[in-house]
Ligand binder design. Sequence first.
Ligand SMILES: *[C@@H]1O[C@H](CO)[C@@H](O)[C@H](O)[C@H]1NC(C)=O
Ligand SMILES: *[C@@H]1O[C@H](CO)[C@@H](O)[C@H](O)[C@H]1NC(C)=O
Ligand SMILES: *[C@@H]1O[C@H](CO)[C@@H](O)[C@H](O)[C@H]1NC(C)=O
Ligand SMILES: *[C@@H]1O[C@H](CO)[C@@H](O)[C@H](O)[C@H]1NC(C)=O
Ligand SMILES: *[C@@H]1O[C@H](CO)[C@@H](O)[C@H](O)[C@H]1NC(C)=O
Length: 237
Amino acid sequence: MASLRCVVHCFLLMFITSSVSQRSKGFNCPSLVNVKVGDSVQLICYASDDIWNVVVYDPLNGNEKIIDTYESKNVSADKRITLEIGKASPPYKSSAALNIRNVNISDAGTYIVFLHADGSFKQLGIELRVEVPYSNISMTQNQSAVFCEAQGGSVEGQIHWFDGHQRNWTKSAEMISNKMENGRFMLTSVLHLKPFSIKEKYCCTVVYRLIGNTEEMSSCISTNEKHQGPSSALLRN
Ligand SMILES: *[C@@H]1O[C@H](CO)[C@@H](O)[C@H](O)[C@H]1NC(C)=O
Ligand SMILES: *[C@@H]1O[C@H](CO)[C@@H](O)[C@H](O)[C@H]1NC(C)=O
Ligand SMILES: *[C@@H]1O[C@H](CO)[C@@H](O)[C@H](O)[C@H]1NC(C)=O
Ligand SMILES: *[C@@H]1O[C@H](CO)[C@@H](O)[C@H](O)[C@H]1NC(C)=O
Ligand SMILES: *[C@@H]1O[C@H](CO)[C@@H](O)[C@H](O)[C@H]1NC(C)=O
């Protein structure tokens, strides 16, 4: 009876010990990384033991392996994505860095990373968000209004209006923000002009956040040249 108790007890003890040690062999990956399209980015995971092998799955196709060090594949097919295993500073011992060069919109998604370190392994997901700036602003006008349109941004932005003397007309304008099918935003704003208050020049400024910074992009239109199209718009940024 006593020996049976020991078997159960010892088994439990072993189980607890092993589960504790499994946990103490820490792995640490960021859960979310933001990058601007065209930039390079590093997704770095750390382990408290030596990392032996790493497998990274394609976010667009979970069966496809971008990286698989078991098969000596440490560079992606297009050579833009490479894996480097190196030393790390305490409390960690090693790191696995997935470097992505010239990030494209299609690189966005959750990268499932399988890490095999000395005696333990773990699978973690890292979400990569690719932020896109607004592309050029287009301005048009009719007899009674000026229109401004900006598209392509990955974060909702605002359109502000100024005249040639930096006076702020934003409160007189109406802005509509549309999320397009590709997840990008299209901003359109109309500034209604009162005949007695028409200024010579109106500028439209798109204000939005990109990787933690506030970005601005402006374009102006001259209300004198009524018969010229948007080509008369002056791109300031
Ligand atoms: C990738 O693996 C090859 C051979 O296995 C090695 O020579 C090369 O240094 C590795 N590259 C990186 C970035 O770790
Ligand atoms: C970049 O992403 C866009 C949109 O997903 C895609 O159409 C294009 O082919 C990609 N370019 C490269 C070089 O992968
Ligand atoms: C920039 O604006 C012009 C004129 O409105 C347009 O033809 C062109 O497609 C735009 N470019 C981009 C990248 O949106
Ligand atoms: C100018 O555009 C606005 C908004 O679309 C419209 O309400 C207005 O009737 C137009 N004015 C002229 C003179 O075409
Ligand atoms: C212009 O007015 C808008 C709306 O009131 C405001 O959000 C924006 O900060 C103002 N811009 C400047 C440069 O004062």
